[in-house]
Design a binder for this molecule. Structure first.
Ligand SMILES: [Zn+2]
Length: 500
């Protein structure tokens, strides 16, 4: 007697092998049997004929821990990931934030969440707890940072992350020491690398160096080629990863399937260091009043706008609703506000935090990365409430977009390859032993979708749009979503190290 049988679907087990038409028998939280179950007893039987039955999608790179913009603590019931077929999300990327890890996971455990949730411990967060100065850490400080990372793993973190592009600009010695702790736990080091544009290759080499010195596996986060002058560097970037793998290092990368990235406007157009120094002077207005800050910021501003089509490649996407400018390009905004563009942009940013999408990548690089066997799918996104503020489309569309655009329309990937990049590959990266594959004994996290019609609808101008064609999502055997409609309650759970 089964609790649930998914009948007649084409089962993709997640390993990259082609689909097989068969039934899936589920008892309790687990997949029990695969095969012909047409005469078996079941409390419930759902016919999924013509549909793809895949392991639930696993997103190794989210910012769901980030409370300022789309955090799981504030909006635990946001369903923009469940509605993409995602069953497990990993927060704490790009250097982390949630600390202490144990208290954070305890808090999330008490919430009714839509997806399983796991977290990385952050190098930047650990360093900021020990010292806030911009200088290399002393040996004693380094020991304290490593102790904090170790505590994070002990309390349930499933990996280590760094935001090397961000202040306080960690050194390779610091990163290698903390990654050594990850290696002690048999875990991995994920890196938002130092530079994704002109120094892309050196920055990837740096991750590989950290892995070589520490023994940790490596994950290059949201891999891209930023800026027109750097388009085409994806080929050599992948060669560096292949060379490292040939030398026995378990280095992979993840990407989101879009040519636009997302971050705060002020840091991007004025320079991150300069905007932080301005805030130390009392606010962004200091970019207008302090000559040396103004000089640095203005030069950065004009250079950045030149690489982004004079602001036409910057789409304003504030987190709070701002009808007067959300969804407009910076170029459109500046045309509506004649005067000095630099001053106008400073005033815009000084009025409140403004985020934006930057159309800084090209389609060829997205496809080149996607074709590679060692690049998996991840969103780099946030939980979002549907009718509040603007969104990068990745928050609503990443996984369906790969299935629609890159599998069905362009045949960049086969369906089984795409599913592999969303399931077994990320499960391997994260060390999840009970998820990411459809096989007897595995936890019944399952996503059923229609390959012929699954479709993302979110765009750069209209990011808040749910995907369609996700027919059924199971979390540990419970129906979490059916026919694009989430269940009345959430079935997600916290996955601590060793539990997933
Ligand atoms: Zn990042």
């Amino acid at each position: 007697m089964f609790d649930l049988i998914l009948a007649n679907g084409t089962v993709y087990d997640g390993t990259g092998t082609p689909g097989v038409i068969q039934d899936v028998g589920i008892r309790g939280e687990k997949i029990q049997v695969l095969g012909d179950l047409s005469t078996a007893d079941a409390a419930r039987r759902i016919d999924v004929g013509g549909k793809a039955v895949a392991p639930g999608f696993i997103d190794v790179h989210t910012h769901h821990n980030n409370e300022m913009d789309g955090g799981i603590v504030n909006i635990p019931d946001a369903s923009n990931y469940l509605r993409q077929g995602v069953t497990t999300c990993v927060g704490g990327n790009c250097g982390g934030g949630a600390f202490p890890i144990g208290a954070h996971l305890e808090q999330v455990s008490g919430l009714e969440i839509r997806n399983n949730y796991a977290i990385l411990v952050g190098c930047n967060a650990a360093r900021n707890r020990v010292l806030r100065e911009e200088r290399p850490a002393t040996a004693e400080e380094l020991r304290q940072m490593c102790d904090l990372v170790r505590t994070g793993f002990d309390e349930g973190a499933i990996g280590l992350s760094s935001g090397v592009a961000y202040m306080p600009f960690l050194t390779v010695d610091e990163l290698a020491a903390m990654s050594g702790v990850a290696a002690d736990f048999g875990s991995f080091y994920a890196s938002h690398i130092r530079n994704e544009g002109e120094r892309l290759h050196e920055s990837i080499a740096e991750v590989i160096e950290v892995c070589r010195r520490s023994g940790a596996a490596g994950e290059i986060s949201h891999i891209k080629c930023y800026g027109r002058d750097n388009w085409g560097k994806s080929v050599q970037a992948l060669e560096l990863i292949h060379q490292a793998r040939d030398q026995g290092l378990d280095v992979t990368a993840d990407q989101y399937p879009y040519t636009g990235c997302f971050t705060g406007l002020a840091g991007s157009v004025f320079g991150q260091e300069t905007q932080i120094r301005a805030r130390r002077h009392g606010g962004l207005e200091a970019l207008l009043s302090v000559p040396e800050l103004r000089q640095a910021a203005e030069a950065h501003f004009h250079q950045r706008l030149a690489t982004l089509d004079d602001g036409a490649g910057i789409i304003l996407a504030p987190l709070e609703p701002q009808p007067e400018f959300q969804g407009k390009t910076l170029a459109e905004y500046l045309a509506e506000h004649p005067g000095d563009p630099f001053r106008t942009t400073v005033e815009l940013c000084a009025g409140g935090h403004v985020s934006a999408i930057y159309l800084a990548m090209c389609e060829d690089d997205v496809v080149t990365y996607m074709r590679d066997d060692h690049v998996l799918v991840a969103s780099d996104g946030h939980l979002r409430v549907f009718d509040k503020g603007c969104s990068h489309p990745r928050n609503f569309g990443t996984f369906p977009r790969v299935l629609a655009r890159y599998v069905r329309e362009q045949a960049v990937l086969t369906l089984e390859q795409a599913i592999n990049k969303m399931t077994a590959m990320p499960a391997h990266r994260l060390g999840l032993r009970h998820r990411g594959r459809i096989a007897p004994g595995m936890v019944a996290d399952i996503t059923v979708f229609a390959p012929a019609t699954v479709q993302d609808h979110a765009t750069f101008r209209e990011g808040n749009a749910y995907a369609t064609g996700i027919d059924l999502v199971l979390l540990a055997g419970s129906i979490a979503l059916q026919d694009d409609t989430p269940a009345a309650r959430g079935y997600g759970r916290v996955l601590r190290r060793g539990e997933g």
